[in-house]
Design a protein around this ligand. Structure first.
Ligand SMILES: [Zn+2]
Length: 513
């Protein structure tokens, strides 16, 4: 937006104010990490917060930036998680969402910006590139770097392909500047992340010299900052990319003796009163669109903290940080395979120990007892699964009294989006508590020769206790139905043991499994 930058006087005074604000706010204790230390480009479309985590002890200053390119969403999520890590020495500065307009538009370039300066990662001053920052956002970020003088700068990005497979992409790479410390630690960062990658072609590779005009290049050239760009590959599921970023930054901070927390620490250390922490599965069998939709919907609910979790993180025990987990639509078997035996056991253990489970469509299939790969955490089997492909579209459901209590009172029939969700029936196991029906299908889908009358009046939503935990399954999709989205947060509150307390659903049987 040229006209913002075209007001040098206002801009300079804003910068001076910014510098003053930085000085005043430079001693923010770790417990105050949830308050931004400062705001860049306040009052403009570029407005974005940055955070400073202080250890109170001398040590390196590390700056982490995410969201420079708006169509690379893993970096901002990783940075948002990293900014809550407790720091043992030195100081961490995190700018999670550098390019707010780009992130909102999911566009690589800054929307409505002249072509020459639209790519924020080409807007910084360096040899053969711009001689000054090319717009107000780059200027504010550059001033932050100049005023703070970090020892290290890690910029989080993503590329469209795996570099090992396609040399045209920087995806799955670590782009280093030539500082000897960067070259040394990058070996360990790559080793740490590549240990978590099964396919050799998907491993990250070392690269050298960030692009002319990039923040990392400018920081290195102009200030000798140990700078690098982490590039994950957009072909990987989102939560895995976030984890890869986290693992590399964690390796660096560990090397600098700045952290000793778990690299899968993805929630803030302090809980807000009454806060509900929800993990949303994002990985094989599911893709990224559904989880991101659920994450957004839950984050919009006051008092809910939602995080995408990968199967790798679930196997590593990440669910301990949460009150409930949601498994979205996709394929039940695909999700089970991606979780692996270790992941399935971790989910079962989580619910047994008091965690909540919401399965939507494929996530409902996953929880049932009839499949070899099922979690078997509810006494339900799928009915007529031979005709599972019975169609997608709107059908009518009706809530039962228990459903009305848990989901919010809605009388009569409700239209809801359905997409090949399971038809549920009793599982016939006597070691599990019988489920309670929250709603019934009052209309059916009968594509691909599905017989008439089978779906009609079967349960659309069910709930039951499982040991200390609670399980709810939705065959259709309230999260994709205008007006019914609040069902998701409401049922999760119930699964997590919040209101309403029982809704007439019996406590778990005490018989051993
Ligand atoms: Zn990028």
């Amino acid at each position: 937006m040229a006209h913002v930058y075209g007001r040098p006087k206002t801009h300079l005074s804003r910068c001076r104010f910014l510098l003053a604000a930085i000085l005043v706010l430079s001693v923010v204790p770790a417990w105050a990490a949830d308050q931004p230390a400062g705001v860049l480009c306040k009052g403009t479309r570029f407005e974005t917060s940055y955070y400073v985590v202080e250890s109170g002890k001398p040590g390196p200053l590390v700056m982490v930036t995410g969201g420079v390119h708006g169509d690379e969403p893993a970096g901002m999520r990783a940075a948002e998680q990293i900014r809550h890590w407790p720091i043992r020495k030195g100081r961490l500065i995190v700018l999670p969402r550098a390019n707010v307009p780009g992130l909102a538009a999911k566009s690589r370039n800054i929307p409505d910006e002249p072509k020459e300066s639209a790519n924020l990662n080409r807007d910084f001053p360096c040899k053969g590139g711009p001689d000054k920052p090319l717009n107000a956002l780059a200027e504010a970020m550059w001033q932050l770097v100049l005023s703070r003088k970090p020892d290290w700068l890690v910029d989080l990005h993503e590329g469209f392909d795996f570099h090992k497979i396609n040399k045209k992409s920087t995806g799955a790479g670590l782009i280093r500047t030539r500082h000897k410390d960067v070259l040394a630690v990058s070996e360990r960062m790559l080793e740490a992340v590549n240990k978590t990658i099964d396919e050799a072609d998907h491993e990250l590779v070392p690269m050298i010299n960030p692009a002319v005009g990039s923040l990392a290049r400018a920081a290195w050239e102009v200030n000798g900052i140990r700078a690098m760009i982490q590039e994950t590959c957009l072909k990987e599921p989102l939560a895995r990319r976030v984890r890869q970023h986290r693992i590399m930054v964690h390796c660096l901070l560990k090397d600098l003796e700045m952290v000793d927390c778990d690299r899968d620490l993805i929630t803030p250390p302090d809980r807000q009163p009454g806060e509900l922490r929800v993990a949303v599965y994002c990985g094989g069998g599911v893709g990224s669109t559904g989880p991101v939709r659920l994450e957004g919907l839950l984050q919009a609910d006051r008092g809910v903290l939602a995080r995408l979790v990968s199967p790798e993180a679930i196997r590593a025990g990440v669910l301990r940080q949460f009150d409930a987990v949601v498994f979205p639509g996709g394929t039940g078997k695909g999700t089970a395979e991606a979780l692996g035996e270790g992941g399935r056991e971790a989910v079962e253990r989580f619910v047994r120990g008091g965690g909540g489970y919401l399965g939507i469509c494929a996530g409902a299939y996953l929880a049932t007892s009839g499949y070899e790969w099922g979690l078997k955490i509810i006494d339900a089997k799928t009915v007529d699964s031979r005709h599972w492909k019975r169609g997608k579209g709107t059908v009518k459901i009706e809530l039962t009294p228990a459903g009305r209590e848990i989901l919010g009172r809605r009388e009569g029939e409700l239209p809801i989006y359905y997409a090949n969700g399971p038809l549920l029936g009793p599982g016939g196991r006597d070691d599990l508590q019988d489920y309670t029906v929250l709603s019934y299908f009052r209309q059916e889908m009968r594509e691909n020769d599905a017989p008439e009358g089978v779906m009609l009046n079967t349960p659309a939503m069910i709930a039951a206790t499982y040991q200390k935990g609670r399980v709810a399954l939705f065959s259709p999709h309230p999260e994709k139905t205008a007006g019914l989205e609040p069902f998701v947060a409401r049922v999760i509150r119930w699964t997590a043991g919040r209101a309403p307390q029982d809704a007439g659903i019996a406590p778990a049987t005490r018989r051993a499994r």
